[in-house]
Design a protein around this ligand. Structure first.
Ligand code: HEM
Length: 144
């Protein structure tokens, strides 16, 4: 289970599906890391920079579930006052969805398919015990 959870968390980190937060507005003059931010400024957190931060992650540009095997699994849906209110629901749903897929299907690369084409993604075949198969295309939306 810890590794399954780590894979789910790493998929969210590496997939970077929410690259920026919601717009927020400063309610007073403030200073952050030497930058003056006047009251009324719209601020949008750059979440991609956090998820690929080279000072935080051991292998920021690789899919590496071990990032989440050290108990730091709360990263990803923001923290603090504006923490995602659906975090627990989203985590539970992702876990059930992912483990159900793995319980019912076997995923494998089609014959002759290279393991990964980093520019256009790669194809997968999913087959279940009733001999039904589906072809899936996993694409990358950002250069890796
Ligand atoms: C994997 C799924 C999800 C991801 C990646 C995600 C991500 C985020 C992020 C990054 C924020 C912070 C935005 C910001 O303030 O800059 C946020 C806030 C929020 N999320 Fe989610 N979310 C997910 C699922 C959900 C679900 C399922 C719900 C509701 C059932 C939900 C409800 C909210 C709400 C209400 C906020 C605003 C909290 C506030 O500003 O006080 N989220 N989410």
């Amino acid at each position: 289970m810890p590794y399954t959870n780590a894979v789910i968390h790493e998929t969210q980190r590496y997939g970077d599906i929410v690259p920026a937060g919601l717009p927020h507005m400063t309610y007073r003059d403030t200073e952050l890391q030497g930058y003056f931010i006047p009251k009324g400024t719209t601020v949008i957190a750059n979440l991609s920079s956090v998820l690929k931060d080279e000072t935080v992650w051991e292998k920021p540009h690789q899919f590496y579930p071990e990032h989440f095997l050290d108990g730091k699994s709360s990263r990803g849906l923001v923290t603090g006052r504006r923490v995602c209110l659906g975090e627990q629901l989203a985590r539970m749903e992702l876990f059930l969805f992912f483990t159900s897929l793995l319980q019912h299907f076997t995923f494998h690369l089609p014959e002759g398919q290279a393991s990964s084409d980093k520019k256009s993604g790669f194809n997968l075949k999913a087959s279940c015990s009733q001999r039904k198969t589906a072809n899936l295309h996993l694409g990358s939306h950002s250069p890796v």
